[in-house]
Structures are given as structure tokens and as C-alpha cells.
Write a protein that binds this ligand. Structure first.
Ligand SMILES: [Zn+2]
Length: 354
């Protein structure tokens, strides 16, 4: 960890009320923006945080503001993205960050950890610590990080070529901005030093944050292996809000490190919680519980179909091309033809072989 302190100069502020937007329900949400981040207050002092696009963040965060301190959930994809988040938090509060919680160890949620100032405690599942601490392999060398990051230089080179070829000035300016953001991201990756949680939990932990009218109960819950070996959801029983990380997304989650066979049972734990709103690790505020059952059905079906291929001796590469999940296209519009992310199928084969 290094010693970045809050900067004295605040980013340019943009404060406005969001007029009824689909997906945000009937209440007017308080929305505040910095150059790099958009903060939506979904309950008193509970903010969903997304990137505006000027810095590549890749994932959502949540900020819980109390009387004396703030708690941040997830640190984005690079130290640079996390610094932009830390520099933006003063648009909603002057309370210092006391805790950072990692929903899971994946790079896009935890590679900003090192940017948090010394003294900020990082909390996560013990598996998250083992991963980020290098106890079970080097996360920078593993397939998940590499499969998402190795292509970035090529992407930047392609964008640079498109900028050079573009003739329409508006299009050229858009491409230049996209290229700048991706080039910054490419450079920012070089700085990453995986930084593990300093406080761990195995199945649950509860924090009480002092707020104006008493204390906010913050429950960190691990329901079993799912998207990774150490997913934690952050449940606020009084506000009836839960941050789900990537254990539950509006669409299909990445499965390359998943426990697809155990995931549906772990989701039962999430389903049993009393909440009106869930904040996913990627995507918008969600209100319906229905997608949970839909996703469970997909996972069970994928496990079954992949197991059949495995039993028949089909290679994982071929299985990834052949497995037909289009019977779920009513829920996931992208499933228009057979074929599944090969990283998911390779992972399921790995679990079946173990
Ligand atoms: Zn993830």
C-alpha cells in the first residue's frame, strides 16, 4: 500500500437530481458526479458508484457514508481507477475511508486495493486473501486476468489505426477519447501489485457504522462457493439493500473461476435475504429477485450439459462450440446459437476432472 492522501482540489462537480429513469423505481435518486465517477444514492448514505467513462473502472463500487467514516466496497480494475474513486468521494462526503471490502478477488474488483491509504483496513473472504497474497498461485499469471488483459495492447493499436483512418471529425474525436482511456488503462495495469485483505472472514462478519440516527448494520455474508471460492455479499438489513458482487449479475456472469455445481445452492442463501434492491458488481440497480432463479436454472443446465459432453469424452474446446443453451434465450438474448464461453467449459471440465 502507498500513502496517497485525499487531494485538496476536488474534481469538477456536477450535482443534479435524476428525473425518473427506468430501472430506478419511483423515488427520485440523488445523483452526484465527478469527472470520473457517478454516485447514485439508493438509500440514506448508501451510494452505488459507477465510472463515467473517462477512467476505465470496469466494475461498480458501493460507498456507505456514516457519521465519522465511510466504507467502500470494491476497488476497481487498477490503482489509477481506485485513485480516481478516492479523489471523487469528496463530492458526496468529507468523511475518511475506514474500510474497504472486496466482494471477491477478481482483478476488476480488487486490483485497486493498493491505492487505498495506509490505515484503511481491507476486509475480504479468506480465499480472497489467499489469492491476492499469492498463497495459491499468482493472480497476475492466471488465466482470468490474462484472458482479459493480454489483448489490451492490440486493442489500443487497433484503435490508434482507426483514429488515423477516421475522416469525420466527430467520429475521430470519439475514437481519440476511447483510445486515450484504453491507453491509460493499458499503462495502469503495469502498476498493479496485488494487495490482500488485512481482515478476513470465513462465513460472516457484521460491522456497525455510526450514522445520524443510530447505527447501520453491515453484514458480510459468504453463502458458499459460487463465482469464485470466496464471494462475499454486503447486506444492509435496515435499508433492505444487498451488494452482490459478481455472484449475481443482471446477465450471465464470467464462469472461468466459478464453482458452477455449487453456485445455485449458494444463490439460495442470497435469495433468502430480505431485500428490495440489489446492486450488482456490473450493471444497474436491480429490484426483482426473479433473475436469481433464472440464473440458477442456467447454471444447473450448463453443468448438466457439460457433464454429458465430458462423459462422452468430447474435448472441452469442442464442447464449448457444441453446447446449446439457446433454450435460455428468453432470459439471455445473446444466446442465439450454440456455443458457450470456452473459459467456462474449461473450468467445468477442471472441476469434473478433480
Ligand atoms: Zn468477478
Amino acid at each position: 500500500m502507498n500513502n496517497n492522501k485525499f487531494p485538496l482540489s476536488l474534481p469538477r462537480l456536477l450535482v443534479f437530481l435524476l428525473i425518473l429513469a427506468p430501472g430506478f423505481g419511483l423515488a427520485q435518486d440523488n445523483v452526484v458526479e465527478s469527472d470520473s465517477h457517478r454516485f447514485v444514492e439508493v438509500a440514506d448514505g448508501v451510494w452505488l458508484v459507477t465510472g463515467t467513462g473517462s477512467v476505465y473502472t470496469m466494475s461498480n463500487s458501493m460507498v456507505l457514508v456514516g457519521e465519522f467514516d465511510t466504507l467502500v466496497v470494491d476497488s476497481h480494475v487498477t490503482p489509477a481507477a481506485a485513485r480516481a474513486l478516492l479523489e471523487s468521494i469528496p463530492v458526496i462526503t468529507d468523511k475518511p475511508v475506514r474500510y474497504l471490502v472486496n466482494s471477491h478477488y477478481h482483478f476488476d474488483h480488487a486490483h485497486g486495493n493498493q491505492a487505498f491509504p495506509d490505515g484503511v483496513e481491507i476486509i475480504g473472504h479468506e480465499f480472497t486473501r489467499a489469492k491476492l497474497n499469492g498463497d495459491i498461485g499468482n493472480v497476475l499469471e492466471e488465466n482470468t486476468f490474462k484472458s482479459f488483459s493480454d489483448g489490451v495492447p492490440t486493442l489500443v493499436a487497433n484503435l490508434e489505426r482507426q483514429v488515423a483512418d477516421a475522416t469525420d471529425p466527430t467520429r475521430k474525436a470519439q475514437l481519440q477519447e476511447t483510445t486515450r482511456v484504453q491507453r491509460d488503462y493499458m499503462n495502469a495495469i503495469q502498476e498493479v501489485v496485488p494487495t490482500p485483505p488485512s481482515i478476513t472472514l470465513e462465513s460472516e462478519m457484521t460491522l456497525f457504522q455510526v450514522v445520524a440516527n443510530g447505527s447501520r448494520e453491515i453484514r458480510l455474508l459468504h453463502f458458499g462457493r459460487a463465482h469464485t471460492g470466496g464471494d462475499v455479499v454486503i447486506f444492509l438489513p435496515q435499508e433492505r439493500v444487498v451488494f452482490t458482487g459478481d455472484m449475481m449479475l443482471p446477465g450471465l456472469a464470467y464462469m472461468g473461476d466459478g464453482h458452477v455445481d455449487e453456485w445455485p445452492a449458494s444463490l439460495e442463501g442470497l435469495k433468502a435475504l430480505d431485500f428490495d434492491m440489489w446492486l450488482p458488481g456490473h450493471g444497474p440497480v436491480m429490484r426483482s429477485k426473479e433473475p436469481i432463479a433464472t440464473f440458477q436454472a442456467y447454471l444447473r443446465d450448463l453443468w448438466e450439459k457439460t457433464s454429458q459432453m465430458h462423459r462422452r469424452g468430447v474435448s472441452w474446446e469442442q464442447a464449448a462450440q457444441q453446447i446449446d443453451m439457446t433454450n435460455h434465450s428468453g432470459n439471455y438474448a445473446q444466446l442465439t446459437s450454440p456455443g458457450v464461453d470456452p473459459r467456462a467449459i474449461r473450468r467445468i471440465y477442471q472441476l469434473l476432472d478433480d
